[in-house]
Design a protein around this ligand. Structure first.
Ligand SMILES: [Zn+2]
Length: 448
């Protein structure tokens, strides 16, 4: 396929904006990039796709999400509003994830995948929980991802919060899926080992997970999202969370520590020493009122901070916008988290993280031999658009729904806003039926 008449945004580094360019795709990779006229001459018989001067970016990446949360939209929490994050977990997320059955897991994922394609998010790191439907749940999600045509890294979040049997089943599910991905690799799907959070994991369970996870397997865990997680860790182990995780061998070069809102300088240093990744989810942090993660300090420490969405919409540029405004408001300082930091986290660090799991080619840049994960963006800049000011156009100008076409591994998943792999109406209709039953199971837990 030959994409012609594109305004190619390479991201780089350095960022380049190349008007009237073409991209030749072969298989799942970019093969050639150059001026439209030159490439049309070079590949005269290639099937053409006209970008009509739209901006063409590498697909966006989400470093931390929860497909299982899709049915929470519009769901009422019985009683008085939860007063803090631990109460939100106990009254919203845990009763919700306990209400999911296999078909709910499938459609909850599909709802998120439709949303990802529509918003140009082409790679997602999912952190899954469904304590009453654990066995095979990762296969169900993998099947949905495969059908959608997206790229994803999957895991099951092990927790002691529902008892020993569920913790053991969670470990088993991670190991089974890791083995499956090793024996029959999928070009667009990879596995991690999921852990919920220090506050719902005993030392024995952490030890069992570290012993069981094969070398080279990263853990994906929530870290210090709320200070209660730190207090719990100190009460249980006499150590702060990251020290505790290090002690149990959880910090690996492939490990993702989501949030890290309340870690201290030593914990940052430990994460850096082990080469582990941190993800920032500003919309979630604001919604849960857990505080603003010390993103600038972490970046200055040399930590690899990425951007995720924690189950919010898969419009990753909305997450950028939230990060841009959140820290300014939190610190009452308009200089906080400049747009360059957003590019560092949301483009370069996210792509480097993704590459750990899809090592055959690069991502996050438009160049030959890179995976052909591309999105078209319809944006009419009212002022000069330059490589230097692009991030500010993005934060202040790119409208919602500006992504018109999404391509992953060379396959078109959405063309001119029409989905090609998933039926959005069928998925939404079925999800509405299923979510009614999920809400009923959820509410029943408050009557006991
Ligand atoms: Zn999360």
């Amino acid at each position: 396929m030959l994409i012609i008449n594109a305004t190619v945004v390479t991201w780089g580094p350095p960022v380049r904006i190349l008007p009237d360019h073409a991209i030749r795709i072969e298989g799942d990779r970019i093969y050639d990039v150059g001026p439209t006229a030159a490439l049309q001459e070079r590949y005269p018989r290639s099937r053409k796709m006209d970008a009509r001067s739209q901006l063409v970016f590498p697909g966006n990446i989400c470093a931390h999400t929860h497909f299982y949360g899709a049915f929470s939209r519009g769901m009422a929490i019985p009683g008085t509003p939860p007063q803090d994050f631990p109460a939100i977990l106990e009254r919203l997320w845990w009763p919700l994830d306990r209400s999911l059955r296999e078909e709910d897991v499938r459609y909850s994922a599909l709802v998120c995948l439709v949303d990802a394609i529509k918003h140009g998010t082409t790679t997602l790191f999912d952190h899954h929980a469904s304590p009453n439907s654990i066995d095979g749940s990762l296969d169900v999600i993998a099947e949905a991802v495969d059908k959608a045509g997206l790229r994803a890294v999957l895991c099951y979040e092990v927790s002691d919060r529902d008892g020993q049997d569920k913790a053991d089943a969670g470990i088993k599910e991670n190991l089974r899926f890791i083995k499956r991905m090793k024996e029959t690799p999928h070009r667009r799907i990879a596995a991690m080992f999921g852990l919920h959070a220090s506050l719902t994991l005993s030392g024995a369970t952490l030890q069992a997970c570290a012993a069981a996870a094969p070398e080279g397997t990263g853990f994906h865990i929530h870290v210090a999202e709320h200070e209660a997680d730190e207090y719990d860790s100190m009460a249980k182990s006499g150590m702060r969370i990251v020290d505790r995780l290090e002690n149990h061998g959880i910090l690996r070069p492939e490990t993702i520590a989501a949030h890290c809102v309340h870690i201290d300088a030593r914990e940052m240093e430990l994460l850096k020493q082990h080469g582990s990744w941190v993800t920032h989810q500003p919309r979630s942090n604001m919604n849960n009122a857990v505080g603003a993660a010390p993103v600038e300090s972490m970046l200055r420490t040399g930590l690899k901070v990425c951007i995720g969405n924690d189950g919010f919409s898969n419009a990753m540029w909305d997450e950028w916008k939230a990060a841009y405004f959140f820290h300014k408001a939190a610190e009452r300082d308009p200089r906080r988290v400049p747009a360059g930091d957003l590019v560092q986290m949301g483009v370069y660090n996210n792509a480097a993280l993704a590459r750990c799991f899809f090592p055959d080619a690069s991502m996050g840049v438009i160049a030959p031999q890179v995976y052909a994960d591309l999105i078209f963006v319809d944006y009419q800049a009212p002022t000069p658009l330059t490589p230097e000011n692009l991030p500010w156009h993005l934060v202040f100008g790119f409208p919602a729904g500006c992504v018109t076409t999404t391509i992953v591994a060379g396959k078109v998943l959405m063309k001119d806003r029409e989905l090609t792999t998933l039926d959005e109406h069928e998925i939404a209709a079925r999800a509405r039926q299923l979510s009614k039953r999920v809400w009923k199971r959820y509410e029943e837990q408050f009557r006991q």
